[in-house]
Design a protein. Sequence first.
Length: 299
Amino acid sequence: MERSDERGAVACEDEIDLRELVATLVRRKWWIAGITLAALAVAGVLSFAVLPPTYAVAVEVAPPVNAELLDTAGAGNGVNAAIQGYAALATSDAVLVQVARDVAWPGSYSDLRKSFEVQADTNGGTLTVAARAPSAEEAYRLARSWRQAFIRAAVGAARQQLDLQIQVAERSLAGGQSALDRVKAALDQGRGGSSTSALVSALAAGEALVQAREQLDRLLALRQSVETAAAPSVLQDARLPEAPVAPQKTLNLTVALVLGLMAGVLAAFLADAWRREPETEPPAAIVDALPGSQLAGER
């Protein structure tokens, strides 16, 4: 019975004593406060004095409403294909060359490309491009120049796409006219077979010719209004920012406070454990609990 009580006492000594932990924190409170203040000071210096501010100006655009012009900036039809094409066009050389010329960009095109952040929303059918710069005025100029260059490039891509479609339609019209002429020649020479089959062939050739002509006329009408019909819709234009987006001073100070407290508490426990004097003699309860202790007492 006495041995079980002694073992219980030893187990209790191995358990964490909350009062001892609190006492350690109280004894080392100046350590914790000092380390926390140091972390806050470092974060404050970095946020307010070292890290340069970064301003961002966003421009949001959408494809044209005309369904026939949705693929003018990319391959395929539909809003998703148009947004993907817009995303590729947003930081293309055709756009960046014009932006660099407008703002007199001193660096390389790769550095200019890093100044733009592109977000394509295929579900919503929009493209958002944010221009980042050390000053609000520079970010605003970059965003406005990008908008103008992007619209110009998108209209140019639409014009090029329409020109290709017009060429295809013209070849189709020429082929339909040739087919109709061959049918007419065969009928005139009496080589068209029965009158019924000859009429069917003539009607089919004529119908194909009419469809090719309608397709060509429609494309030519779109070509005339491509400057306005193919221009992307600007949902959100560039605005002069009032405050920088980075560095996030409040977030940096909050993170520094949490990390400083954690480091201070850890340092307090390590210092307390390091300076604690080791026991020269083991406790009596542990000695009595050893296997040979009773035998030595009986002797």
